[in-house]
Design a binder for this molecule. Structure first.
Ligand code: UDP
Length: 309
């Protein structure tokens, strides 16, 4: 039986990866401090350790170490910059050392945030980014960038099989919508379902490309098992770019809500445009997203509706 360690295994993406690993008959250990996630009753195949990843120690042999632990929401991570930097620096080193002790494959979910306020759209992996080293988002951006650097250092110096993924705004059922944790899609859905105003920051002309979680999982799994994945950095996202205002209008229409659209204060350092160049993933993984924004948002709305019953 193969074994895997998943940091952040109780988070939104973590849940999908852990479930897939269990299906693939892996013996899974999850380390998660539940700082932004809730307890999940996984089956007996999953050992759960509630700990900060920086403090995690293990003598178990792992074939795969997947490092997902991080606070992903800008409003939340900018309130918790130290914890965010710790899980993406000391935490990453801890996960890399565990992978190295076992000779495991190391899979890291970096982020499209490494590009910052990208000046090249759609953005390919070869673009080096436009990032503030000390701005409000730097705890996340620079944490992800440091993690990529140290992971590649382990790859080059110790020959570790390292695979770095840069997901672009993944969404779907199970994603949090509440408080500081709510990313734009779940927050707009929740507002629309409650007939509250949909809070568009600024004019809403900033853009994102959104990826449905099933497409993310498919790409991630193909990347993990690819014979050609070692030492690669890969964008995993959608080529379709939408403004935040278009998103708000779509969600209003798809929910049939009578919510108004309220323009609120723009976030500091909010990237103006984000869109993925996925040419490399298409070639390496023979993958592209299958779910349209409408279909993905509809599935997510249905999940929120069922959950509130
Ligand atoms: N956004 C918004 N209203 C909200 C939440 C987010 O207009 O209530 C915008 C936010 O300013 C950003 C985009 O939606 O331009 C995506 O924000 P999110 O928090 O999902 O994450 P990001 O892509 O910035 O990491």
């Amino acid at each position: 039986m193969q074994s895997a360690l998943v940091s952040g295994g109780n988070g939104f993406l973590g849940y999908y990866l852990v479930t897939k690993l269990v299906k693939e008959k892996y013996d899974v250990t999850v380390v998660d401090d539940l700082s932004t996630s809730k307890d999940i009753s996984y089956g007996d195949e999953v050992t759960f350790v509630r700990k900060r990843i920086e403090d995690f120690v293990s003598k178990v042999h792992f074939d795969l170490v997947a490092h997902l632990a991080s606070r992903p929401s800008p409003e939340d991570y900018s309130m918790n910059p130290v914890a965010t930097l710790m899980s993406n620096s000391t935490g990453t080193i801890r996960m890399l050392d565990i992978a190295r002790e076992s000779g495991a494959l190391f899979f890291y979910t970096s982020s499209s945030e490494v590009y910052g306020n990208a000046q090249v759209i759609p953005t390919p992996e070869s673009y080096n980014g436009y990032v503030s080293p000390n701005g409000i988002r730097s705890c996340y951006d620079e944490g992800k960038r440091f993690s990529e650097a140290i992971a590649m250092a382990y790859h080059r110096q110790y020959g570790l099989d390292v695979r770095i993924e840069r997901p672009f705004n993944v969404y779907g059922p199970r994603i949090r919508e509440d408080g500081l944790y709510g990313r734009v899609i779940p927050r707009f859905i929740s507002q629309a379902l409650k007939e509250e105003n949909i809070t568009v920051h600024g004019k809403g002309d900033q853009t994102r490309s959104f990826l449905y979680v099933d497409d993310w999982l498919e790409a991630s799994w193909r990347f993990i098992v690819s014979p050609d994945g070692s030492g690669e950095v890969l964008n995993v996202g959608s080529e379709k770019e939408f403004t935040v205002l278009e998103l708000a209008q779509k969600i209003k229409a798809l929910t049939g809500s009578s919510s108004g659209i309220e323009h609120t204060e723009k976030r500091i350092d909010d990237p103006e445009r984000r869109s993925a160049d996925i040419g490399k993933a298409k070639k390496l993984l023979n993958w592209e997203p299958r779910t349209s924004l409408e279909d993905g948002v509809e599935k997510t709305i249905n999940w929120f509706r069922l959950r509130s019953k």
